[in-house]
Design a protein around this ligand. Structure first.
Ligand code: SF4
Length: 409
């Protein structure tokens, strides 16, 4: 979501004639912030302190993102070096202020508008109507607002015409999407977007086990454009903890979704999020999570140690009763487990031919991209291959994190 917000603001700045520059040469620095965890919020404050040395009367520091909703006007008082505090999506006033401050009309020719790369992110829902007890997002991003299908389509068509090969539909809980005009939910939106001529791939995230509909899985399975990949956070493998988290499903529901998805798409890529050390997580509850991870064999698991987020239900009403040293032990135990599973799973791709959408070059200059199931793939010898190309790769090697190979004949 933050990447999409940054893209949206950057596109408007480029269209207005600004150029991307290194911090040393720039006139304007904009921090797009995330406050989903305390650590992310702390990084914002430390960056603001760092920028004090950079700031001069001619330079502008602006702050946007979730921290604006969370901390509000207090930010200007605490950080006098800040010139602008910009609520998410409300960029017009900020741009007008910049235009009044800096006059580039005598400068060099303006760069052409547009910032579309290989992938184009489109926010289809803003906010979240769930109330998971550990999560600050509903407080900082507000209740759900759904973008009409027609607007999403217009943005996607424009992006594809400008060169995008892939569209990524974004929402905190994307499965909750419905067109405000009654044209349908996420499956209908996916079907409309995938029909855009020239679009090679369509992804969406993040899904929610309570809201994901079988129709969506069937749409994915029937499509050559929609990627076979689900980002489906489970958070815990213990029903008691899921209830305390107010996630709205039990592990048997989660297992049923995975079973259905794999029946339709046996090689579907599955990613999930897990929190260890949530209040009340006993050893037995932790072991239930461990068992679920062993059983489902996810491709990617984003692991986090619970830390209370001020302002959430869990922080105010539940004792943070798992000692830090125990949280760390559980985290390290699961890290080793998911790494071993990921290594085993990626090895299964060796010898197969996969379709890779090239996104860029790695630090060794080798083209890399993603297969339709979401795994990263590197082309070991890729002369003449450019971002945006879709190639067939024969997989020769695999590590836990990526596949490597050569273009297939
Ligand atoms: Fe937060 Fe739960 Fe909404 Fe996800 S579904 S954004 S975890 S409240």
């Amino acid at each position: 979501m933050n990447a999409a917000d940054s893209e949206s603001l950057a596109r408007r700045l480029l269209a207005a004639g600004y150029q991307e520059e290194s911090l040393e040469r720039a006139d304007v620095a904009i921090l797009n912030t995330c406050v989903v965890r305390q650590a992310s919020e702390d990084r914002v404050y430390s960056k603001l302190h760092e920028l004090k040395a950079w700031k001069t009367p001619e330079r502008t520091i602006a702050l946007t993102g979730c921290i604006v909703a969370k901390e509000g006007d207090d930010l200007r008082r605490r950080f006098p070096q800040l010139d602008a505090v910009v609520p998410i999506g409300e960029y017009e006033g900020f741009l007008a202020g910049l235009a009044a401050r800096y006059d580039y009309s005598e400068g060099e020719a303006l760069p052409s508008a547009g910032r579309t790369g290989v992938s184009h992110y489109v926010r289809v829902i803003q906010g979240c109507d769930h109330n998971c007890t550990f999560c600050i997002v509903p407080r900082v991003r507000g209740r759900e607002r759904h973008v009409p299908i027609a607007e999403v389509l217009e943005e996607c068509r424009g992006a594809v015409e400008a060169g995008a090969r892939e569209v990524v539909l974004l929402g905190q809980n994307v499965d909750d999407y419905h067109d405000p005009g009654g044209r349908g939910g996420l499956a209908a939106l996916v079907r409309d977007v995938e029909a855009i001529p020239g679009l090679r791939r369509l992804r969406f995230m993040t899904s929610h086990p309570q809201d994901l509909e079988p129709e969506l899985l069937e749409t994915m399975a029937a499509s050559d454009v929609v990627c076979r990949e689900l980002q489906l956070p489970v958070q815990s493998g213990d029903d008691g903890i899921l209830k305390r988290m107010a996630r709205g499903y039990q592990t048997r529901h989660y297992r049923a979704i995975v079973e259905h998805a794999r029946a339709l798409m046996p090689d579907i890529g599955l990613a999930t999020d897990v929190i260890v050390g949530f209040p009340g997580e006993s050893e037995a509850a932790f072991l239930n999570t461990r068992r679920l991870l062993e059983e489902i064999e996810f491709d990617v698991v984003h692991l986090a140690m619970y830390s209370p987020r001020p302002g959430t239900f869990a922080a105010t009403r539940m004792a943070d009763d798992v000692p830090d040293v125990e949280k760390l032990r559980r985290l390290n135990d699961l890290l080793a487990l998911v790494r071993e599973i990921a290594t085993r799973k990626t090895a299964r791709w060796v010898g197969r031919d996969v379709e890779v959408l090239i996104e860029g070059s790695d630090e060794l200059g080798r083209p890399y991209g993603r297969i339709r199931q979401g795994k990263r793939a590197v082309v070991l010898r890729g002369a003449g291959i450019s971002p945006g190309d879709v190639i067939n790769l024969r997989v020769l090697k695999a590590t836990a994190g990526q596949l490597m190979g050569l273009p297939a004949a």
